[in-house]
Design a protein around this ligand. Structure first.
Ligand code: SF4
Length: 371
C-alpha cells in the first residue's frame, strides 16, 4: 500500500503564508537549499517587493538545470463527456455543450496532425467518464501512438495503481492530475457531484501513479478558486512529500489560471500575472528540478516574457475541443478558450527569437524497460 500524504489544516497554511517578514524573504533567497519555510516566505506578501531578485535567481537555476531550452507539447482532447459537476468547468455534466468522443481512427488523425507539426510529446486529455474513456480505450490509443511519439502523457480521471501500471506497459509514461484546490471545504463546494467529490482519493492519485512506475507525475491547483499563496504552499508540501517517497519519479507542476468556460463561471478570487510569476519563481527556487508548465491558458505576451525565468514546458497551437485539430472551425464543446492563439510555428519563432531552443523531445519511450 502507498504511504499516505496528509496536509496541515488549510487555514493554518493560509496564515503561515501571511506571516513572513522581509527578513524571512532575504534568508530564503540566501538559503543554499531552501526548505518549506523558505517557500512560505517566497510566496508571502512580504516577497512581492523582491520579485526582480526572485526572477533573477529563478532564471539562473532554470538555466543551470534545464539549459536554454523549452519543451513543447500539445494536448489531444479525446472526449468531453464527464460524469462530474465541477462548478468551474465547461465539460461539467450539467452543461449543455456538444459532446463527443473520438474514435480510435479520429484520435490517430489528431495525433498525425500534431506529429506533422513537429510535436514529439503529446498529452491525451479527457473529461472524467470511465464508461466512455476507460482504461481499455486509453490502452488501445497508447498502443497505436507509442511508436510515433517520444512521450505520451495522460490527463484523465484518477485511476488505480493497477490501471496506471497497465497504461505504462502500453506506452503512457506520464500522468497529470491536479487537486484543483487543496482546501477540503472549498473542494466540496465546487465539486458538486460525481466521483471527483472524493477529495482524498484525488489527493492520493499522484502517489498511485508514481507507485505504478510512471516516469513523470504532474500536480497542481487551479488558480482563481482560492488563496493562491496557501495553494502554493500546499503544492510545495505535496511535491516535497512525493519526492521523498518516490525519489526515482520526475515531478512537474502546472499553474492553470481559470479561464472563461461554459456555465458562466467566474474566478472566485483574482490571481494576477504578477501573483502567478511570484508563485512560479518561488517554486523554482524551492525545487530546482521540478518541471514547470505554462500553458496556452496564458496570453502570448506573458508567456514570451516568462521564457527562461522558470517555466520549462510550453504548450503551443492548442485546441481544447475533441477533434479540433482535424476540424479547426469547431469551437463548440471546448473546455475553455485559450489565451495564446498563436500557431506552433509562431510560438517556436518567439522562443528562438528569445535565444532559446524549442525542444519537442526530451525522452524516448523506447528507453522504457521492456519495449
Ligand atoms: S474539471 Fe474535469 S472532472 Fe471536472 S467537469 Fe471538467 S472535465 Fe469533468
Amino acid at each position: 500500500m502507498n504511504p499516505l500524504f496528509t496536509l496541515p489544516d488549510f487555514q493554518t497554511l493560509a496564515q503561515t503564508v501571511q506571516s513572513p517578514t522581509s527578513r524571512d524573504v532575504e534568508q530564503a533567497l540566501a538559503a543554499r537549499t531552501p526548505d518549506i519555510h523558505d517557500l512560505a516566505a517566497l510566496i508571502s506578501p512580504a516577497a512581492e517587493s523582491f520579485l526582480p531578485e526572485m526572477a533573477r535567481r529563478s532564471a539562473r537555476i532554470t538555466a543551470q538545470r534545464f539549459g536554454r531550452t523549452t519543451q513543447l507539447y500539445a494536448p489531444i482532447y479525446l472526449s468531453n463527456f464527464c460524469t462530474n459537476r465541477c462548478a468551474y468547468c465547461g465539460f461539467a455534466a450539467n452543461n449543455r455543450i456538444a459532446r463527443r468522443v473520438l474514435s480510435f481512427d479520429e484520435a490517430e488523425a489528431e495525433a498525425e496532425i500534431l506529429h506533422s507539426r513537429g510535436f514529439q510529446h503529446i498529452l491525451l486529455v479527457s473529461g472524467e467518464a470511465e464508461n466512455v474513456v476507460g482504461v481499455e480505450y486509453l490502452e488501445t490509443i497508447a498502443l497505436r501512438l507509442r511508436d510515433k511519439f517520444a512521450a505520451v502523457s495522460i490527463e484523465v480521471q484518477p485511476l488505480s495503481t493497477t490501471d496506471y501500471a497497465r497504461l505504462f506497459a502500453a506506452g503512457i509514461t506520464a500522468v497529470a492530475v491536479y487537486q484543483e484546490t487543496y482546501d477540503p471545504e472549498l473542494y466540496q463546494q465546487v465539486h458538486l457531484s460525481g466521483k471527483k467529490t472524493d477529495y482524498h482519493y484525488r489527493l492520493e492519485t499522484p502517489a498511485r501513479a508514481a507507485a505504478a512506475g510512471m516516469r513523470e507525475v504532474g500536480i497542481g491547483a487551479l488558480l482563481g478558486l482560492h488563496d493562491w499563496r496557501a495553494e502554493g504552499l500546499a503544492i510545495g508540501l505535496h511535491l516535497a512529500w512525493l519526492r521523498k517517497n518516490f525519489w526515482s519519479t520526475a515531478f512537474t507542476v502546472s499553474f492553470p489560471r481559470l479561464r472563461p468556460a461554459a456555465g458562466a463561471f467566474e474566478p472566485l478570487v483574482p490571481v494576477s500575472e504578477k501573483n502567478l510569476s511570484q508563485l512560479i519563481f518561488a517554486l523554482r527556487i524551492f525545487d530546482p528540478d521540478v518541471g514547470l508548465y505554462l500553458s496556452t491558458r496564458e496570453e502570448a505576451r506573458y508567456r514570451d516574457g516568462m521564457l527562461g525565468l522558470g517555466p520549462t514546458r510550453y504548450s503551443a497551437g492548442s485546441c481544447t475541443a475533441p477533434g479540433g485539430y482535424s476540424n479547426p472551425e469547431m469551437t463548440d464543446g471546448q473546455q475553455f478558450s485559450v489565451g495564446d492563439e498563436r500557431t506552433v510555428e509562431e510560438v517556436t519563432q518567439a522562443i528562438i527569437a528569445k535565444g532559446f531552443d524549442p525542444v519537442s523531445k526530451d525522452w524516448d519511450s523506447a528507453f522504457q524497460a521492456g519495449k
